[in-house]
Design a protein around this ligand. Structure first.
Ligand code: MG
Length: 280
């Protein structure tokens, strides 16, 4: 896969039915790298691996991260996220761990050096049995990923930076890392993203360029609203400036999560233009 420039602009995208078609659409946005999200129900067959491997090579496209997602996850509001997302729900822990390890193998087959996931809301109390179970699960995933030379990156947002740092200390694995999403800090009301980025800097291996507004305080449990890049409360200029300040050189992967496909592509194109200006 071709080498990337510092702060190369990329896109967070999802594996479609046809890898070549998927990559051509992403490249049509003006980028040559990105993060590949894998839907929870996509069967990881040897044929799929081969189709992705040859498509990436033929299209000259670099995947920097394979992103896990799981069947049954729902991001409707904060209580629903708590109940359904990541490693936290006890009933699906075993199958989701197996899926995560399989995705690490899938990423390794494509030569991708980082695996990422939303693990869900990490409990704040280290004595909580869910904290212990999830910590041990993350350790096993890290140890498996390490065999492939991969980092395992946690998506930020669902907890304040200080809670995440405590969790990192407790997990105690050198390849545990962070995919920093500044908008999520705002959408979940978890604190100022720029301050959080400074606190988490040592662990950040990849970032989402995403924007959003703070939750409506009159609606308990509601998430904030995602916005096109540059239209929300993150402040893309200060985000890029802070990334430079902490010495981050990896790609800026634009993430836009709306159901309207045409609008999503339009917003990402606008995001690419904005980041190109800010990078100058
Ligand atoms: Mg994100």
């Amino acid at each position: 896969m071709p080498a990337l420039k510092d702060l190369e602009i990329g896109v967070m995208f999802w594996a479609g039915r046809d890898p070549v078609e998927t990559l051509r659409e992403v490249k049509g946005l003006g980028v040559v790298c990105g993060q590949l999200g894998v839907p929870g129900d996509l069967e990881l067959t040897p044929e799929l691996v081969e189709a992705w491997r040859s498509a990436l090579e033929a299209e000259g496209f670099t995947v920097v991260t394979v992103f896990a997602s799981f069947v049954g996850e729902d991001y409707a509001d904060i209580p629903t996220v708590q109940r359904t997302v990541g490693f936290i729900p006890p009933a699906t822990r075993q199958e989701r761990e197996a899926r995560t390890l399989a995705l690490s193998n899938f990423a390794a087959s494509l030569g991708v050096g980082s695996l990422a996931a939303h693990i869900g809301f990490v409990p704040h109390d280290p004595a909580d049995p869910d904290f212990v179970a999830v910590r041990d699960m993350v350790r096993r995933v890290c140890d498996h990923a390490a065999k492939h030379g991969q980092s395992f990156a946690l998506e930020t947002g669902q907890e304040p930076a200080a809670v995440l740092l405590d969790f990192f200390q407790s997990v105690d694995r050198p390849n545990l890392a962070i995919n920093f999403d500044p908008a999520n800090m705002i959408l979940y009301g978890s604190g100022d993203p720029i301050e959080a980025l400074g606190m988490l800097a040592a662990h950040v291996v990849s970032v989402h360029a995403k924007d959003g507004d703070w939750p409506d305080k009159t609606k308990p449990g509601a998430l904030g609203v995602e916005q096109p890049l540059g239209r929300g409360a993150v402040g893309m200029e200060r985000f890029v400036a802070k990334l430079r300040e902490i010495g981050y050189r990896g790609p800026l992967c634009i993430e836009r999560e709306i159901p309207d496909h045409a609008q999503r592509l339009k917003d990402i194109r606008m995001g690419v233009e904005l980041l190109e200006r800010l990078r100058e």
